[in-house]
Design a protein around this ligand. Sequence first.
Ligand SMILES: [Zn+2]
Length: 90
Amino acid sequence: MFLTLLNCTETLARLDDYLDRELSPREVTLVERHLKICRHCSEIYAFEAAFLHGLKQKIQRLETSDENLADLMNRIRAALPAEDVEPSEK
Ligand SMILES: [Zn+2]
């Protein structure tokens, strides 16, 4: 089976889509092939993947950390005037 090899420019142009898993299986194979043989691109890939991974973890931590959220809500409530509660209509 013949697969053309991508050069660095072609690989880097696909890197974002590769990280977002938006490439076709054929293009994924092409990018992976190049990353295996090219240290320059694999280092860029490793850096971007680590960056994205760290970012996702940070976002997840923000979303799931109830303690931080409760703390934040308390601070917001403390900063608001106490009588700022609307009377419930009946
Ligand atoms: Zn390369």
